[in-house]
Design a protein around this ligand. Structure first.
Ligand SMILES: [Zn+2]
Ligand SMILES: [Zn+2]
Length: 189
């Protein structure tokens, strides 16, 4: 289960669409404003790394192993001008920004948002960039996002499924009560 956190005001229809994504189960947390400490007044944008730290604390406080934040604000990473999203590789937190994903139609916008979500979620589960026609392909421009498919290639899908299995087992092991012999009640869940 992944915590989905609207950061500030986010289109509700967009949030609902996440429930149609394959592989992932989401639990939507209450909307939370972006932390002021992540705002860079010179760049007039938010620092992705600081947002990731904020999200990680939020996930820990609710007991989630993974969290995805979504914001309509502009976000940067390091010396980059802006990024569509950012994630800890095989880590806890990821964020996507819808700020630069607007297109000629609502349909294109939604497709871009979902591709970026799948991309950052892939990173969260350990996937790296891929050169196939795959949602894990690295993109710097929206046209590149439009050109890639809304889904994982076979290689990435296999890795993702394996990673989700191992994270789910970790999550079950965490939530169960150890028996007196030190074993765990995973099988009874
Ligand atoms: Zn990436
Ligand atoms: Zn791939």
């Amino acid at each position: 289960m992944i915590a989905l956190v609207p950061l500030g005001s986010v289109d509700e229809e967009l949030i609902d669409l996440f429930f149609k994504l394959p592989y992932f189960d989401f639990s939507v947390l209450d909307a939370s404003p972006l932390p002021n400490s992540a705002y860079n007044s010179l760049k007039k944008k938010y620092d992705a790394l600081k947002i990731l730290v904020f999200l990680k604390k939020l996930a820990n406080s609710y007991g989630f192993l993974k969290v995805l934040g979504i914001t309509s604000e502009d976000v940067y990473y390091g010396s980059s001008l802006s990024v569509f999203g950012c994630a800890e590789l095989n880590g806890t937190s990821a964020v996507i920004s819808t700020c630069r994903l607007n297109g000629v139609s609502r349909c294109i916008f939604i497709s871009r948002v979902l591709k970026e979500a799948l991309h950052e979620l892939g990173h969260l589960f350990g996937l790296e960039h891929c050169t196939n026609n795959c949602v894990m392909r690295f993109c710097e421009r929206v046209e590149q996002i439009d050109a890639k498919r809304l889904g994982y290639c076979n290689d990435c899908r296999r890795k993702l499924e394996e990673s989700i299995r191992s994270v789910t087992q970790t999550s079950l092991a965490r939530s169960c009560i150890p028996h007196s012999k030190g074993t765990c009640c995973i099988s009874s869940h």
